[in-house]
Design a binder for this molecule. Structure first.
Ligand code: NAD
Length: 352
């Protein structure tokens, strides 16, 4: 039995997590597994009920679960200057669960190719990339400051061997579960810290003989992502490079309502969530696309529960629903059939 903390959050959060749970229920039946859900408060909903975005009880329940499924948090209701912010729940739970790697897949569904800003011939070989970004170190957390009365400012990129090795090993492990290719993205021609990344990466690659490796400078990687995205399987990189490249890669797919993500630390306990926000403009209107959250649940099965076959099954169900022409409003195309959040969830669950 696996315990899943469901952190629905605000806006469309409750609508989309409900559909992901429907799909997980269908997985339970098909694969003879058991999921137990623990519903916890976070974000604006927690501010309303407890006065803080991440109550201690929420953290305690999450730590006692095997994984966390997160909807989204935030909304204009809590945009109060000086008040507690719902988004603090996100940073807080990541810190509490010590997740040091962020997993951002960028996949183009052939049915939605026309939503991509890239030319069709560039997408001919498909796009299915997983970016593994280091999340808790590097320049965003290094020494910084202002000198000479504001005439200069500095930020520092510093990585320890431990920080580099653990995230690189994650990259190798994910490559083993996918298409066995891993590319380290760095700036080793300029940065000392990048040279350390390369040394560690090269030093551990013999532990993963089935994975084909490469190294690429970040400026080239930014170009290659739009020139020939099909060359990549898994990319592992530092915090800042990953921040930028994962947003670039997600734009290639063209549909924000379709993109899942996950964050993992040393254990299998991960946080899985769509990359979009709480979309207050469509909250409660049965209009939100639940597929990013459903695909986040699939990632949870693959990367936290080692249930690759069940994850494949969810992804195949999403594929067939798209093949059949069902669309929520955000991905609607000519000749397709418009459905709401609930019906989309039911359709995917019924295809499991
Ligand atoms: P957003 O992602 O919520 O919405 C941007 C646009 O995309 C909106 O038009 C919205 O309707 C649409 N959209 C987003 N998800 C969709 C879905 N599943 N289906 C259909 N359409 C979808 O970003 P925003 O408007 O900048 O932020 C709204 C709130 O969400 C803010 O309070 C922000 O702080 C918060 N936010 C939370 C997270 C998170 O919880 N991880 C991430 C980003 C933003």
């Amino acid at each position: 039995m696996k315990k899943i903390a469901v952190m629905a959050g605000d806006g469309i959060g409750p609508d989309i997590t409900e559909q992901a749970v429907h799909v997980l229920n269908a997985v339970e039946e098909k694969f003879h597994v058991r999921f137990q859900y623990e519903y916890v408060l976070a974000g604006g909903a927690a501010i309303d009920q407890c006065g803080e975005p991440l109550p201690a009880e929420t953290v305690a329940v999450c730590k006692n679960c095997d994984s966390v499924l997160l909807g989204a948090v935030g909304g204009p209701k809590w945009d109060i200057p000086g008040g507690p912010r719902p988004e603090q729940a996100l940073l807080g739970i990541r810190k509490e669960l010590k997740v040091f790697s962020n997993l951002r897949p960028a996949k183009i569904f052939p049915q939605l190719k026309s939503a991509s800003p890239l030319k069709e011939e560039i997408l001919a070989d498909g796009v299915d990339i997983l970016i593994v970004r280091e999340l808790t170190g590097g320049i965003y957390f290094g020494k910084n400051g202002i000198r000479a009365n504001g005439l200069s400012a500095f930020d520092t990129e510093e990585y320890s061997i431990t920080e580099i090795e653990r995230v690189c090993r994650r990259g190798f492990e994910f490559a083993e579960k996918r298409n066995h290719k891993l590319c380290l993205v760095d700036k080793a021609n300029v940065l000392e810290s990048s040279r350390l990344w390369r040394k560690i990466f090269t030093g551990i690659k013999s532990d993963y003989p089935e994975v084909e490796t490469s190294c690429m400078y970040v400026d080239n990687a930014a170009m290659q992502l739009v020139k020939c995205p099909s060359q990549f399987d898994v990319i592992v990189t530092s915090n800042m490079f990953g921040d930028i490249l994962s947003d670039e890669a997600s734009m290639i797919t063209g549909s924000i309502g379709m993109l899942p993500s996950g964050s993992l630390g040393a254990s299998n306990l991960g946080i899985y969530e769509p990359i979009h926000g709480s979309a207050p403009d469509i909250a409660g209107k049965d209009m939100a696309n639940p597929l990013a959250t459903i695909l986040s649940a699939a990632m949870m099965l693959r990367y936290s529960f080692d249930m690759g076959e069940a994850a494949d099954c969810i992804e195949a169900a999403v594929d067939s629903v798209l093949d059949e022409g069902w669309r929520t409003a955000d991905i609607m195309q000519e000749g397709c059939r418009l459905v709401g959040t609930r019906q989309m969830g039911q359709l995917v669950a019924s295809r499991i």
